[in-house]
Design a protein around this ligand. Structure first.
Ligand SMILES: [Cu+2]
Length: 275
């Protein structure tokens, strides 16, 4: 009495499905290993920690992904309909507890291991000789303000913001501390010196992101968010806004120039003369 045989599907379906699963795993591994999709080399010590943590997370999750997908392919193939009677199961509490705890331990463990790479740029105080640069984002440009020779930023007044008259951040001319402030559209910093950024926004939420620094920080209206880094490689790197901040978001970018100490001094002198 094998009347239910007529209900059987094509045996080719589970075979094909398991093959597709295996192919998907192989393609995913090939794409992830392709250097074209890897980030450029980091230019900070913290960047190396971030990369280490990223790789570790990727290896752990890749192992789980590969094993679970291959396991699924095996189950689809092995338990395909061959006319046998299917059994109902209510699950296995021991297994449920096991894989839920394993996931918790894995994710909490990775989070705890990665805390140093994240917290070092945010929760540790900057060095006393760190160079301070104020970063002001608005739709759709970045402006960078240096305090000038007096080392003090002048007072800002939102009413004085006027990009067309050369005062994009609204420096108050009545404040003597602001007289020597330098405001430029690109960020220039000396190599191997710590820089503390003070990140602000004039309108909506923007973001300051430099791949090579492995730093990404939102610029939030009403807040001044500090972030410090020490770049160890001379070069030019792209700064991009990674928050969808409006119609001109796609062109909101600037450059980070990491230069020698002598070139940095020259930059400051040239800018001071130009302002
Ligand atoms: Cu933006």
């Amino acid at each position: 009495m094998r009347t239910w045989n007529r209900e059987r599907g094509f045996s080719i379906t589970p075979v094909l499905l398991s093959l597709v699963l295996v192919a998907m795993v192989v393609l995913t591994v090939i794409y992830f290993r392709d250097p074209a999709y890897h980030p450029p080399a980091p230019i900070t010590e913290i960047g190396k920690l971030v990369d280490y943590q990223y790789d570790l997370t990727l290896y752990v999750t890749a192992t789980v992904f590969i094993l679970s997908q291959l396991g699924l392919a095996f189950a689809v193939f092995r338990f395909r309909d061959r006319g046998q009677r299917a059994h109902f199961t209510r699950g296995n509490n021991t297994m449920e507890v096991l894989w839920t705890s394993a996931t918790i331990i894995l994710f909490l463990g990775l989070g705890i291991m990665g805390r140093k790479a994240w917290a070092d740029t945010r929760f540790t105080a900057p060095q006393t000789n760190a160079i301070q640069v104020e970063v002001t984002a608005n739709q759709f440009v970045f402006n960078f303000r240096y305090p000038g020779p007096d080392g003090k930023f002048g007072r800002l007044d939102p009413k004085l913001i006027s990009a067309s008259t050369g005062n994009p951040v609204g420096v108050d001319p009545a404040d003597p501390a602001g007289k020597d402030d330098i405001v430029v559209p690109t960020l220039t910093v000396p190599v191997d010196r710590q820089v503390e950024l003070l990140i602000r926004s004039q309108d909506v939420i923007h973001n300051f992101f430099v791949r090579e620094l492995r730093l990404q920080q939102d610029a939030v209206p009403g807040m001044q968010i500090p972030l410090h880094f020490t770049a160890n490689t001379i070069g030019q790197y792209e700064i991009v806004c990674t928050q969808l901040c409006g119609l001109g978001h796609y062109r909101m970018r600037s450059f980070l120039n990491v230069v020698s100490e002598a070139d940095y001094e020259k930059f400051l002198k040239d800018q001071a003369a130009a302002q």
